[in-house]
Write a protein that binds this ligand. Sequence first.
Ligand code: SF4
Length: 697
Amino acid sequence: TAAQTPSALRSTCPYCGVGCGVIAEPDGDGGVSLRGDPDHPANKGRLCSKGSALAETTGLGARLLAPQMEGAETSWDTALDRVADTFRDTIAEHGPDSVAFYVSGQLLTEDYYVANKLIKGFMGTANIDTNSRLCMASTVAGHKRAFGTDTVPGSYEDIEEADLVVLVGSNLAWCHPVLYQRLAAAKAERPNLKVVTIDPRRTATSGLADLHLGLTPGSDVALFNGLLEEVISRGALDAEFIGQHVSGFHETREAVSTTDLSATGLSGEDLRAFFNLWIGTEKVVTIFSQGVNQSSSGTDKVNAILNCHLATGRIGKPGMGPFSVTGQPNAMGGREVGGLANMLACHLDIENAEHRAAVRGFWDSPAVPETAGLKAVDMFDAVEDGRIKALWVMCSNPAVSMPDADRVRDAIAACPFVVVSDITAETDTARLADVLLPATGWGEKDGTVTNSDRTISRQRKFLPAPGWARPDWQIISDVAARLGWGAQFDYRAPVDIFREYAALSGIAARLGRDFDISGLADLSDTAYRDLAPTRWPVSAARTGGRFFADGQFFTPDRKARMLPLHPRGPGTELSEDYPFRLNTGRVRDHWHTMTRTALSPRLSRHMAEPYLEVHPEDADRLGLQPAGLAQVDSPSGSALLRVLISDRIGKGQVFAPMHWSDETAARARIDALVAPVVDPVSGQPESKASPVRVTPF
Ligand code: SF4
């Protein structure tokens, strides 16, 4: 039974932010069979198609097995010397801000922590950013503005306890499938649980909805401002909660009084139905994801949602609250270790002198930069214009996944020194590296990840490291030692890093931060090995639970902040040349740039090739044939895609998945078409509203 399964065989799925537990059974011959872990609180035994196919993706066919320099195999010592020497020389000649790390929400927490420590504490620059910038940076910024820190208040159980679940910009059925299964099961058990989907596109998730609002792209702030105005006009505020625990209400009330709901494109009937449901239901959970985050007004969208929950006191209580679901397995862990250019570890702030001093003292480091580093889009601009001269990409494929991806690819190609540490050499980015470092992959390394509801789970090693591959934390520490900081990076194993990180969180908690796992700072090696999924905080004072139940937030006056927000549309204009809005996103059975999921033929059967979803009237007008080919052009790139005619997409909009690359299809790198327009607060790119032209091919 599961209860008898040794902890060594329990791990966590490496894909989405649901963070499902798996039980692995190696066959002793390099293969493995997998099933859902019935004891893991995230999935209780369930797995989705991607998780179920994990065993098909652990083969070594495409693996990078030895370090390479300029395409030739070399020894670890030679490769690491070259990395350390080049970073040292570049910093000496051009200053610390001439180097950068681009990392990933798929790194384990321990890897992420060490990378962040090396560059921010020792190399003297905050130029580290992560592909999480493309995923949920707007949520981080929105949480910080409202709560004073980046806190996800609730848990997955809240979704099941709610009487109304509103999904905004979230195709949960495809992107967080096990969470969707939990929601669907709860609704089947309690048909009174209502579901509303808010998305310009009808998706697989909309099939579960009692009401679908196909709003105009980018109009979420107008919709939630309108909801708040309606809350106010119907007297549905929680005046006591606002009075005791919220600031900014009066300015916000003034801002929403001028809301023009026509911007949403929704009918009066749909708006009334939504407002009636939301206002008439006490237990509301509002789930939001990339449709909210990946926008030039993403942070405002987040705060518009938070405003509604704060105004009604629907936060910090069972079955209610705003709920951000993160894309990647360790996007939350990355936020917690400070993997973003504008954060320090343990939710400490880089702009705060007291926080910097605490981190510097704890790390025994020469300095911690006083200002934020370059966020992802700015970082690759700096690579392009030559300010960044040495770049280390870990566990990510920005030549495919960044907006304006052709330009990013060319910038990386022209960068004087590029290191890529990854499990494969077969990515568009790895091909551009001067030095390639083989990293261990899922199942071959140990560490932790944090899922969307703050549950820390262990990823465990159950397969041998192939070839000369090493864990990322070890590679980074080996470079740190060569740069003269061996004492501060003297880790034997991930547990040493975890204990250090947990101890730092105790200092952060004393400085008023929410992130506190100090209760795990003295874990023995055995206790770390056997660590069961644990929701933070974990301290002497408390373990797990729900944040804000006491109405206390992490701002100086302990009050949450409502913000006056003024709706604005996408950051780019349509034109005669580029008259369509391109929405990008995931398909059910592929993950990121497919470096793992493409290894499973079963997963490729669901959507066998890249496609363009087009409304029937647009298809007619353009002369597009079902299953024909369409050329899609934007000012920055072009793609050739199979036509999928569907009224799920609105007129004037098209949708294309973001997974395919030069490695997996000809001319289908969809992010090459995405305009590098970002949210001014979070720096997150607007990946869902780029102007494009569509023509039959
Ligand atoms: Fe993995 Fe996410 Fe599927 Fe769970 S829902 S099995 S974490 S991809």
